[in-house]
Ligand binder design. Structure first.
Ligand SMILES: *[C@@H]1O[C@H](CO)[C@@H](O)[C@H](O)[C@H]1NC(C)=O
Ligand SMILES: *[C@@H]1O[C@H](CO)[C@@H](O)[C@H](O)[C@H]1NC(C)=O
Ligand SMILES: *[C@@H]1O[C@H](CO)[C@@H](O)[C@H](O)[C@H]1NC(C)=O
Length: 598
């Protein structure tokens, strides 16, 4: 095999150099993948299908229609999207993409992005100790009939964590299927794994083409990552000892009764946005109601869920703490929206592993294990997803924003020795820029008392405050007739978010900033809340009204909160606002930022 590694190295280097040369010579001819959003209702009646229309659009901008086999726009399409999004992913040169941008019916063109998986792999097993179950709450719940879409590296169906013994039949509204492929048979799907599909550079193309890389077409997890995250979200309880060669109690997901639909979008090289979009689009078509819980870890290295030490491990003090590698705020895109949202366990997480690869993921590791221990935002995300599934099961009518509000307003900000949550990277107290609203508290999140709800139109109104072009706005409004009303949100900070971030401008003439919020009563019909706000050095705060008296369930009441300049600070100031009724405490973090000069 490796008779002459030096020569090989040389050859590889030489070909890289050649390639680099070719690249610089003819950059304009290199095709890249672009996601093209189309305005579906602008399709002329002469086309029989959107795909036909998209193909003809592509053809009209193609530079090389003369050359053989290139004449058809359809050849350039690697995905066509039809449920959550309308358009295609297509291979285009830069020039072609520029021309396509000018075409009628084209809403937006984005070059594809590649995302990395956010895992810190434990190369060897770490010490295990009997673990207090992290999910006692889930036994009390009927958390079935929620299907969680897991967009990751696929799933290893043989794992005991995906055992469906005792589960009820799959709900009728579910239209998804299990793709067969190398090493993955339909019978691998059961009442626990209700869907498994693979997306690889157009393999799932609506055109019916099979990608040249069809050796990759199995939804089976040959990496371990997806099996681990899926089991963390919704793995069935697996009791017993010696599963790893170590004794321990029970491994289970956050929502053991929930079902899993696995969409394989990540490979050794990463995850491509055109594949991810296709999986989301398909999940909606499969019956996911547009609410597929996508892996936060895939969202651009700025996950909204971050990490803390496993809070349930007994005897660790202080616990939890924010992990050094946790993602941090602020949100530089829009300071008025505080990020991150919450922290959740993400360090040393025990869950199922693939049988196709050793626990270290190294090809030289010939050990085979049923479970593995990993850390990362990839592990934190499925904790939040699983808890979100439990909340959704308890409250099927809640919107995604309501579920998120429940997670945020019930999160805690103190550790088990009653100090503010520590940041392990500084050994000092963490702030909302590190922990957001705090550490998730599943039991409380099931009964939050009040929620801050946000509709699709509200999100659109928020985007209207973001200085986007009409074209960019159109890309966000599913119905092209959605338009900005401009008087509904005075500032981006008025989005009905469960966190409050106030930004004082340089202009000192502006002395008072006022934000508006609306809460919905999801607790007892007659509920009386009063407000408590922490003190700030830089501002005085006034909340109006100071009490909220509800008389019925789902009643909405609004309040406003005014911040008056007192003594501008050089550093951001943090605190919180809580509505209390004697049973519930509905807390929002507050961040106050002073833009320079001071
Ligand atoms: C699934 O779980 C049941 C009950 O614990 C057990 O009897 C059965 O053997 C398990 N099946 C597999 C394939 O592990
Ligand atoms: C936009 O159009 C859709 C259908 O084309 C319609 O259902 C919806 O009510 C319209 N929305 C507004 C705000 O006019
Ligand atoms: C709510 O009820 C309390 C006690 O009855 C009363 O003092 C308060 O003014 C009421 N709040 C509002 C906003 O009506």
């Amino acid at each position: 095999m490796a008779e002459n590694p030096v020569k090989w190295l040389f050859l590889i280097l030489a070909s890289c150099l050649c390639f680099a040369f070719v690249l610089s010579e003819s950059n304009l001819l290199i095709k890249k993948t672009y996601i093209v959003q189309m305005h579906k209702s602008a399709m002329p009646a002469s086309f029989s299908s959107p795909l036909e229309w998209y193909s003809s659009k592509l053809k009209s901008v193609m530079s090389d229609t003369q050359s053989e086999g290139e004449g058809d726009g359809e050849n350039r399409i690697i995905y066509s999207y039809q449920n959550a999004f309308h358009g295609v992913a297509a291979q285009l040169t830069e020039e072609e993409a520029e021309r396509l941008k000018q075409e009628d019916g084209v809403v937006a063109i984005l070059p594809e992005t590649k995302y990395e998986l956010h895992t810190t792999r434990s190369p060897m097993f770490l010490g295990l100790e009997p673990e207090e179950s992290t999910s006692i709450w889930s036994q009390k719940l009927a958390d079935h009939d929620v299907i969680v879409g897991v967009l990751d590296t696929g799933i290893w169906p043989e794992s005991a964590s995906f055992n469906d013994t005792g589960m009820t039949p799959v709900p009728a509204h579910w239209k998804g299927t299990c793709e067969t492929g190398r090493g993955f048979q339909k019978h691998h799907c059961n009442r626990k794994i209700v869907g498994a599909r693979v997306f690889y550079r157009g393999y799932e193309a609506a055109t019916g083409k099979i990608n040249e890389k069809n050796e990759y077409k199995s939804p089976r997890d040959q990496d371990g990552h997806g099996t681990h995250t899926a089991a963390t979200v919704a793995g069935s309880p697996v009791r017993g000892a010696n599963l790893l060669g170590y004794a321990y109690g029970t491994a289970r997901g956050m929502a053991p009764g929930a079902r899993i639909a696995a969409y394989k979008v990540c490979w050794t090289g990463g995850c491509f946005s055109s594949d991810i979009l296709s999986a989301v689009d398909r999940a909606v078509g499969d019956g996911m109601e547009g609410k597929a819980i996508k892996h936060y870890a895939l969202t651009n290295g700025k996950p909204t869920a971050t990490l803390a030490f496993l809070g349930t491990r007994l005897g660790v003090r202080p616990s939890p703490v924010v992990a050094a590698f946790s993602s941090r705020g602020p949100n530089f895109l829009t300071l008025e929206i505080l990020k991150p949202d919450v922290v959740a366990p993400g360090v040393n997480i025990l869950a199922a592993w693939t049988g196709e690869l050793g626990p270290s993921s190294l090809p030289t590791d010939h050990r085979r294990v049923r479970f593995n221990i990993l850390s990362g935002t990839s592990m934190s995300c499925p904790h939040v997803s699983g808890i979100a599934a439990l909340i959704k099961a308890r409250h099927p009518d809640w919107s995604p924003a309501a579920v998120k509000s429940a997670l945020m307003t019930t999160a805690y900000v103190h550790d088990n020795i009653h100090n503010p949550l520590q940041d392990s990277s500084t050994a000092a107290a963490s702030t909302p820029y590190d922990h957001g609203a705090g550490h998730i508290n599943p039991l409380k999140a099931l009964d939050p008392g009040l929620i801050y709800d946000i509709s699709a139109q509200d999100y659109f109104e928020f985007l209207c405050t973001q200085k986007l072009t009409a074209m960019q706005l159109k890309a966000f409004s599913k119905h092209s007739n959605m338009s900005c009303h401009h008087n509904t949100l005075a500032t981006p900070g008025d989005l009905n978010y469960p966190a409050i971030s106030v930004v004082f401008p340089e202009d000192t003439a502006i002395s008072t900033l006022t934000l508006h919020r609306t809460v919905t009563n999801v607790g007892p019909p007659a509920s009386h809340y009063h407000v408590v706000v922490s003190p700030f050095k830089g501002v005085t705060i006034k909340v109006e009204p100071k009490t909220l008296n509800f008389t019925r369930r789902n009643q909405k009441l609004s309040y406003k909160i005014s911040f008056t300049r007192k003594s501008p600070q050089t550093m951001p100031e943090f605190g919180g606002l809580a509505w209390k009724d004697g049973v519930h405490k509905v807390r929002s973090p507050i961040a106050i930022t002073w833009l320079p000069p001071f």
